[in-house]
Design a protein around this ligand. Structure first.
Ligand code: DIG
Ligand code: MN
Ligand code: MN
Length: 383
């Protein structure tokens, strides 16, 4: 079995991931910066399908129009030379001090206006490079003290900004879908739209909810102590899984953005099984970065590892679906009349009048220990 990525796998990385220089809150960069073109070639070498970027990953915030055009020209040349595509783009609304109190939700209306200005120009850049999905991660949209901002006002401002930008994208005739990326905290003490659930609730209140979905990230839901698969399933059920950020994370930690599958192999397996079972057709985007201990050789190992683990788990999911003992157990567990209850007065009367043997219901052995051990055996390669 080969675990070599192909373009059909749709594996993508952000310029900021394999371009991460290893700076952290307690240490200086350990790797030199690389140009966007160098990163594109490095991703091509490991077999990635595409590359994503924040506006300022590609074009420095103080670049002139001429510099911008030259940078974009060189970037597009690297894409042409390697065949990589740009499925997603996004805006950096979190690095510049202007956004220290947020961007769309900032108390200062001039900052909110600047955030719209910057995002429209970044959307233009993303579309120019071929992006079809536009991500909004509100890293600074939050508070350290709720004395400073009314959460209702913040939600209203977020909605107004998204309504404005949806209208802009439509007015420009862009074939673009927006994806909100939740995160509970860091860098702000508490971030609005903390989880997939919060984001789905906001989307329902927009002028045109159809344009907007979510971009769940493994580490972010897990930072909130949540089961990532359940958030992804909720988004899929709502027709809102427009993109996904794959990585890994130890529970109860800061946003570690580890290589996919580096910590929670079992939950990574159930996630890959789900994405493949439902036929998720979007990018498998690795929003992650190599350990700070690594040089660029290690960064390539990191990128290969993300894709290799996904492909191994995809094969394990195929084996799980073909495993006779596992499937027999599942058939038993899901036996009986599974049809949904359809209301009628007669059905309600019958159900209210039906006798149930509560003790028998509670006495059944459900066999989940055996099912889970068979799954563990399969993941450990002993079946
Ligand atoms: C962090 O998880 C965020 C930013 O890196 C970016 O805005 C977004 C895109 O995937 N993820
Ligand atoms: Mn993250
Ligand atoms: Mn992310």
């Amino acid at each position: 079995m080969s675990y070599t990525p192909t373009p059909a796998d749709k594996f993508t990385f952000g310029l900021w991931t394999v371009g991460n220089m290893g700076r952290d809150p307690f240490g200086e960069p350990v790797r030199q910066s690389r140009s966007a073109a160098e990163i594109v070639h490095a991703l091509a070498e490991v077999g990635a399908y595409g590359v994503n970027f924040h506006d300022n990953d590609l074009v420095p915030i103080d670049a002139t129009a001429a510099e911008r055009d030259q940078i974009v020209k060189e970037f597009k040349q690297a894409l042409a030379d390697t065949g990589l595509v740009v499925p997603m783009a996004t805006t950096n609304l979190f690095t510049d001090p202007a956004f220290k109190d947020g961007a769309f939700t900032a108390n200062d209306p001039a900052v909110r206006a600047y955030a719209l200005h910057k995002t429209m120009r970044a959307i233009d850049l993303g579309v120019e490079c071929g992006a079809k999905v536009y991500v909004f991660w509100g890293g600074r949209e939050g508070v350290e003290t709720d004395a400073a901002k009314d959460p209702l006002e913040a939600i209203k401002r977020f909605r107004e900004a998204l309504n404005f930008l949806c209208a802009y994208a439509k007015d420009q005739g862009y074939d673009l879908k927006f994806a909100l990326e939740p995160k509970p905290n860091e860098p702000r003490g508490d971030i609005y739209l903390a989880t997939v659930g919060h984001a789905l609730a906001l989307i329902a209140t927009l002028d045109d909810p159809s344009m907007v979905g979510v971009n769940p990230e493994v580490a972010h839901e897990q930072m909130a102590g949540l089961n990532f698969l359940h958030g992804v399933a909720q988004a899929w059920d709502a027709g809102k899984l427009f993109h996904i950020d794959l990585n890994d994370q130890a529970f109860g930690r800061y946003d570690q953005d580890f290589r996919f599958g580096a910590v929670n192999l079992k939950s990574a397996f159930f996630l890959v099984k789900f994405l493949e079972e439902v036929g998720y057709a979007g990018s498998r985007h690795f929003d992650a970065h190599a350990y700070r201990t690594e040089g660029y050789e290690g960064v390539q190992d990191f990128a290969r590892g993300c894709m290799r683990t996904y492909l191994i788990l995809k094969e394990k999911a195929r084996q799980w679906a073909a495993d006779g003992e596992i499937q027999a157990l599942l058939a038993e567990i899901n036996g009986g009349d599974q049809s949904a209850p359809v209301y009628s007065r007669a059905a309600a009367a019958e159900l209210k009048g039906r006798a149930f043997d509560r003790r028998a219901l509670g006495a059944r052995n459900l066999g989940y220990e055996r099912l889970d051990q068979l799954t563990v055996d399969l993941l450990l390669g002993v079946r």
